[in-house]
Write a protein of this length. Sequence first.
Length: 301
Amino acid sequence: MKNYNLTHLEQLEAEAIFILRETAAQFERPGLLFSGGKDSIVMAHLAYKAFYPSKSPFPLVHVDTGHNFPETIEYRDEFVERIGSQLIVGLVQDSIDRGTAVEETGANASRNALQSVTLLETIESENLDAALGGGRRDEEKARAKERFFSHRDAFGQWDPKNQRPELWNLFNGRKAHGEHFRVFPLSNWTEMDVWQYLKKENIELPSLYFSHQREVLERNGSLLAVSDFVRPTEKETPRTETVRFRTIGDATCTGAVLSTASTLDEVIAEVAASRVTERGTRADDRRSESAMEDRKKQGYF
């Protein structure tokens, strides 16, 4: 039952904190997936509030493609040091070296899909029985199908047609040996909720989220930042634009948007006026109509 004395953001915060505490109660070794993006930052902040004055019981788990924006890694390391949390890093390069993941080739090659392999290997090597993710139902149609507690079988696979009911906020974390759960405390949040909460809580963010000048190229409808991982082909002409990023991920598939929004208030106003979802800038989601759902079935976040 909702408490109508609470504001909308306070209700979402209370719900997320309840799920975080349920996760700590039901699982022996849960980890919090942390990309350095705004959603995982909000989750880590909520975990801090949920267990204060004790430390959060969740180690931060970063699946590192090796193709990150430098600003993301810098922020990640500063954040982890500031909150005093354990950081677990799973390297996609290690999966490639082991032969469990095969690197793509060609101009549109990306390591983004390979994260599924590395995540499952990290979950196994670290004996994690639950992985908290920042997925929200408003992001994409496949994520709209998720429960708060999302069961994964012994192969890390997700079956969207066979999920457990969650009536009256009762969560069933029962699992067999080798299985695990993905838990999504921000399921009912929207992108606007996240931005407004970041402002309310005065949470520091990576500089990528705010306008800056960057050399970009246009590829398959996305503005990609030119880097060691994204190089122009003969038919592509890089240019310098004033941009920001609505999501932070693998630099090979994370598109920028033209923007002059340099403050949280300006970002909130821009998001309110936008008619394109934040994942509309993601090149990896355009590979097929069911790209996200296919990756989730294989073990993606």
